[in-house]
Design a protein around this ligand. Structure first.
Ligand code: AMP
Ligand code: ZN
Length: 109
């Protein structure tokens, strides 16, 4: 938990969010400013700043994030039409919240 981190506060339920799934390792909530008909964020409970900060020992959580995205896509029935999975990395890569998260985007007609 990092005290000035919005996503840590959402995970701790100190700030509201529209939760779609959670388990002991990660949470999924709706993006507040959706850039696609479906736009969810898959967020590890552990505070990691960005993809730059991960090591091989974070492999399990990264795998679980991708697997969760796959399951959410099936649940939303966008798995066959297709979707995007995106990590923005640091400012130049469009990252504005410095708590690792995977964007799940899809649902276009
Ligand atoms: P990024 O640019 O990769 O750091 O993405 C951050 C995402 O978080 C953006 O798509 C924002 O719309 C989203 N976001 C920011 N604040 C909130 C919030 N309080 N609840 C849900 N999504 C948020
Ligand atoms: Zn955080």
């Amino acid at each position: 938990m990092q005290s000035d981190c919005i996503f840590c506060k959402i995970i701790q339920k100190e700030l509201p969010a529209d939760f779609l799934f959670e388990n002991e390792n990660l949470v999924v909530f709706r993006d507040i400013n959706p850039k696609a008909p479906v736009h969810q964020l898959i967020v590890p409970r552990q505070h990691l700043r960005s993809i730059n900060d991960i090591t091989i020992s974070d492999g399990q959580i990264l795998t679980e994030m991708i697997f969760t995205a796959q399951k959410m896509a099936v649940k939303l029935k966008i798995d066959r039409s297709g979707y995007k999975l995106l990590f923005n990395v640091e400012k130049g890569g469009g990252q504005v919240i410095f708590h690792l998260h995977l964007h799940l985007l899809g649902g276009w007609k």
